[in-house]
Design a protein around this ligand. Structure first.
Ligand SMILES: [Zn+2]
Ligand SMILES: [Zn+2]
Length: 778
């Protein structure tokens, strides 16, 4: 006997998580119809509200399927149900969005074109055949086209394209894949592409995409407008095109990202692990740094000179799929359209001005990009993804913080800046903003801040910043806070790094934090970076650190690693002549630098591990100068790849651990003089460079494992947190993890934010929230 209305139940279901703008309502609608349930669904300020009426068994089925059949881009964080009185409703309705009170649901991140849309794109019988802007509720741009929430078409840059009748019908049909797909469009009603010369003249062409392909294959450099900004593109199999792009962009050594036609092509270029393949195929489509096969299978050698990795990614926009639909196109250099570390260009006029000297022609379109967003970059570290750059596909997805926070802003660092806004139990990191030292970088910072504050309706009452008085972000924070009478909280750089990783893993501390980094301002005014800290979220102590050495010339020593090599070798007891010879310094340079160090002129002391890596690379690889950040260290890791990665190395490779009295809160020091004698001894004996590089990595790992064990003995703490820019070094990270675990310690690494300065603002937000929390609960 069928259920009678008397046995029917009615319940209220509140779902929170990423459930707006991801096809969630049509999914629920279909599910309700299939389970013969009546009721309604609507977006609310925390997610969606559903009311269901029908047979209890069908309601149970519905709830089970809600979580097991969730649409690809959605993520359910919680489902809360409560009983209601049945009202005898028939049919299921989708009700209008309620915009009540504070908004806490986010805009989804941009998502790669889905398989259904790709099929339509390439189907000559489909009405969207070769239409470069097709999308559906399972794919397409989101964050980059949104002005503010709620995420609805009038709030996006699609507002100026009224839908044609056919598109509107899809948009209105709850059973259609394009139901409420905000960027829905077709060639009749949506955006379109065209070609321009570098001088801004229209290039007449029946098929601008086909013409773009011809030009790329001829070796031209093309500016192509994408999802989060313009790309500069060249045929990656054509070394002349690639070198043209390099010359014009003034980017000589830094590896270029490679977009490849499909996974097969990626496999032919790189030794991909299963995890790397999975990461490449996620909706975020990050650039994945993978081990390159040699030889480069037709890829021009100047794409990634000097290192054994390639940054590869798959097409994620319909326009890119059209470029690769031509079988002659195998791999394209796709690099952010900018000079050096300036922000990526997004606006058509801005691109015409800024890129005129770089691109031969422009493939333009008329869908406005409202948020600049570079491609994200990630690498597999110990089998799990870790961010080098967190941007398109991930922003503005919230990262939880361990404490409920009043609205706050954390401004981040100086280079590779990312800021974070926090409220409640979530932090929202901005996209990668680049270096603030350029005026245009600061403008991008302010533009993004305004946008995210507006989007999430967060009005900060506290501003967290780095302690470095010279950082533009610090100076900006102080000015901004004083104009608004806001609370300022300064957070030490390496504490912020460790707190970021603690926040991700919801650790309250105390932990042993290995903050292994390039440069950060210490509480003693010196430059830190090889730090063993005992960390709580709201405070830290310095247990041990690398012995400080002078950094002759300050920032010049970062660009010219031979200076650090010379300084380290002098500190290790080598004579001026020996040190100069090994560091590759001229007689004149030796005299100048020695004088700088003796007289303490522009030679600040640093305990940085990043600088030690630079120095080692300068001596082992004879790398005197670098073209990009951490180049020397990356090359040193690269050359070590071919050697076994074991901690079992010759006894000469050791450090001097100068133990201090921790009961008096004195910091221990790690002296590296013996390490230098070992390296030089190996060079003299003709040991191979890969072998020396591998021994150096292992020796550094052993030194910090020893320091962590000493911290364990002094404090009893068994949790070790790894952070700082040096954690991008996969060899070091993996040696540290295995070595620490072998000592019975529990190791935590970054997964949601970058271990480098891109993760700093999230760490600052965590520390500030913890400080505010402890003050309020005292
Ligand atoms: Zn789609
Ligand atoms: Zn249309």
């Amino acid at each position: 006997m069928p259920d009678t209305p008397e046995t029917f139940e009615r319940i209220n279901v509140r779902v929170s998580g990423v459930v707006q703008g991801v096809g969630f309502r049509p999914f629920v609608y279909r599910l309700a119809i299939e389970e013969s349930l009546s009721g309604l669904i609507g977006n609310d300020t925390d997610g969606v509200t559903i009311e269901l009426e029908g047979a209890p068994a069908h309601i149970q089925n519905f709830l089970a399927r809600l979580t097991s059949e969730t649409p690809p881009l959605a993520r359910i964080d919680s489902v809360i149900t409560s009983q209601l009185r049945p009202i005898g409703e028939t049919g299921f309705r989708i009700v209008a969005s309620e915009v009540l009170g504070r908004v806490s649901t986010g805009i989804p991140a941009d998502a790669a074109t889905c398989p259904d849309c790709i099929r339509e794109l390439l189907d000559p019988h489909d009405r969207r055949y070769r239409y470069p802007f097709l999308n559906c509720t399972n794919c397409g741009p989101r964050f980059t086209i949104t002005r503010r929430i709620p995420y609805d078409r009038p709030q996006t840059s699609m507002a100026k394209f009224p839908m044609c009748a056919e598109c509107q019908a899809e948009y209105d049909d709850p059973l259609n894949r394009r139901f409420h797909a905000q960027p829905n469009a077709c060639s009749r009603c949506g955006p379109h592409v065209w070609l321009e010369t570098a001088e801004g003249a229209m290039i007449e062409s029946a098929d601008p995409v086909a013409e773009t392909i011809e030009r790329l294959l001829r070796g031209e450099v093309m500016a192509i407008k994408g999802i989060g900004g313009f790309h500069l593109s060249a045929d990656a199999t054509n070394s002349q095109g690639v070198s043209l792009l390099r010359q014009r962009k003034h980017r000589y050594g830094k590896p270029l990202a490679l977009m490849v036609r499909d996974l097969e092509t990626a496999r032919s270029l790189c030794d991909l692990t299963i995890e790397e393949e999975a990461l490449m195929q996620t909706a975020a489509r990050p650039i994945v740094l993978a081990h390159a096969r040699r030889p480069h299978n037709g890829i021009a050698p100047n794409v990634a000179p000097g290192i054994p990795w390639l940054g590869v990614f798959l097409p994620y926009a319909p326009l890119q799929h059209l470029l690769f639909a031509d079988s002659r196109v195998k791999a394209l250099v796709m690099t952010s359209a900018n000079l050096s570390e300036e922000p990526i260009a997004i606006d058509n006029d801005e691109a015409r001005t800024r890129l005129a000297a770089i691109a031969d022609a422009f493939l333009m379109h008329d869908r406005e990009i409202l948020q600049r967003c570079d491609d994200s970059v990630a690498a597999l570290v110990d089998g799990a993804p870790q961010f080098v750059r967190r941007a398109r596909g991930y922003v503005p997805v919230a990262v939880p913080i361990p404490f409920e926070a009043a609205p706050l802003l954390a401004v981040g660092g100086h280079l590779k800046n990312v800021f974070a806004l926090a409220r409640g139990k979530f932090a929202y990191q901005s996209q990668h903003l680049g270096d603030l030292e350029y005026p245009i970088g600061l403008a991008f910072f302010e533009e993004s801040l305004r946008h995210l504050m507006h989007t999430f309706e967060i009005e900060p009452r506290t501003v967290a910043h780095d302690l470095h008085p010279g950082y533009l972000s610090t100076r900006w924070a102080k000015q901004w806070a004083s104009e608004r009478d806001l609370r300022l909280i300064g957070v030490q750089h390496h504490h912020a790094h460790i707190a970021a990783c603690m926040g991700e893993h919801a650790l309250s501390g105390p932990v042993i934090g290995l903050s292994l980094d390039g440069t950060g301002y210490g509480t003693d005014g010196r430059i830190w970076g090889g730090e063993v800290l005992i960390c709580n979220l709201d405070r830290f102590e310095r247990f041990a650190h690398l012995d400080s050495v002078p950094m002759p010339g300050g920032d010049a020593a970062v660009r010219e690693p031979w200076r650090m090599a010379f300084s380290h070798l002098l500190a290790a007891g080598f004579s001026e002549d020996e040190a100069g010879e090994l560091a590759g310094a001229t007689q004149h340079e030796r005299r100048v630098i020695t004088r700088m160090i003796e007289r303490e002129i522009n030679a600040p002391l640093t305990s940085s591990l990043g600088r030690l890596f630079d120095a080692a690379a300068a001596v082992i690889l004879k790398r005197r100068k670098v073209d990009y950040d951490a180049q020397a260290a990356i090359e040193l890791e690269g050359i070590a790849v071919d050697s076994s990665s074991e901690l079992d190395i010759p006894a000469e490779y050791h450090v001097e651990f100068h133990s201090a009295d921790w009961n008096k809160r004195e910091s221990s020091r790690i002296g590296v003089a013996p390490l230098w004698r070992a390296i030089v001894g190996d060079i003299v004996e003709g040991v191979s460079h890969p072998e020396i590089a591998a021994r150096f990595h292992a020796a550094v790992a052993k030194a910090f494992i020893q320091a962590a064990c000493s911290a364990l003995a002094a404090t009893g703490i068994r949790q070790v947190v790894l952070s700082g820019g040096c954690m991008h070094n996969r060899r070091l990270a993996s040696l540290l993890r295995s070595g620490l675990e072998a000592q019975g310690l529990q190791v935590f690494q970054h997964r949601s934010v970058s271990p480098g300065d891109g993760g700093l603002s999230y760490g600052q937000a965590v520390v500030a929230a913890a400080i505010l929390y402890s003050e309020n609960t005292l």
